[in-house]
Unconditional design. Sequence first.
Length: 367
Amino acid sequence: MGLSIGLVGLPNVGKSTTFNALTKAQNAESANYPFCTIEPNKAVVPVPDSRIDKLAEMVKPEKVQYSTLDFVDIAGLVKGASKGEGLGNKFLSNIRETEVILHIVRCFEDENIVHTEGSIDPIRDVEIIEQELLFADMDALEKRITNLDKKARGNDKVAKAQLEVAQALMLHIEENNPVSTFEGIDSDEFIAMNKELRLLTSKEIMYGANVDEDGLEEDNEFVKVLKGYANERNSEVIKLCSKMEEEMIDFDDEEREEMLADLGVKESGLQQIIHRGFDKLGLQSYFTAGVKEVRAWTIRQNTTAPKAAAVIHNDFEKGFIRAEVISYNDFVEFGGESGAKEAGKNRLEGKEYIVQDGDIMHFRFNV
């Protein structure tokens, strides 16, 4: 769907290690020196879903396909990145192409792993990155204001309206406030302007607190401080041990569950990142379930049935007649499609139907 989550942070905080674990393939070089990652690594990651597992168990298809998320491992940023330090301009443009930011923050001490700032301080590290993002937004906005001002002088009414919003936004970010807290963020003028600018601090941010194994059982002081910072900004912190997650890559499901149980957690940090990222992007899944394939199809929340059908094939939307729908819970409760139909749980829905997360669907169409 062209939606992606960008992993950012200072060098040597565990981004590439986290990325390796996310992709379950160690194809991102990970090493103990700054700028190990230069070109962004990209990967398509399956979204774990117990509902798909249950449907596959019931239907016994030839093939199973989960929903997916795109993750991008972006090189470590440093102070001055917005002015080009450390190849910063290139890295910042990579972030601009993503929709959600996962900010990996080092929350453990290890004298064998270099820290570019010489000590462990999560808030300082976060502020370095976020300041650079803010500086980059100011530069982009300044250029846009200059352009809009010229058009407004020529009596361009659209430019005049956008200029007013842009100038108010500039005042807002000059006071060290991210774009996401700007009062006019829902205005038509801002939305139109940001489609092109893709301002960095307008994006949702999740913080990944990278801890050592001891830090998984109980929050250390670094994590507590980071959580306090995130709470003030209505953001969330997901705790993970990227080193351990990478070590679990080759574990089978039983071994992985056993290790997580030993640590007292039900879901790994990476699974939480994937699920929360899916939600942050405003996505959900509907299912098709047949002997050939059980599959999750990714759509935006509040999508109508014809638009959902188009994810399978454009012709399904063009010739849409109606959709046959069974809820996931009914499908499971009554033992599959036949049982659900016999129980009267099969519905016919038209063009205005808003697809619900977990709907099992079959589309009728004619082209």
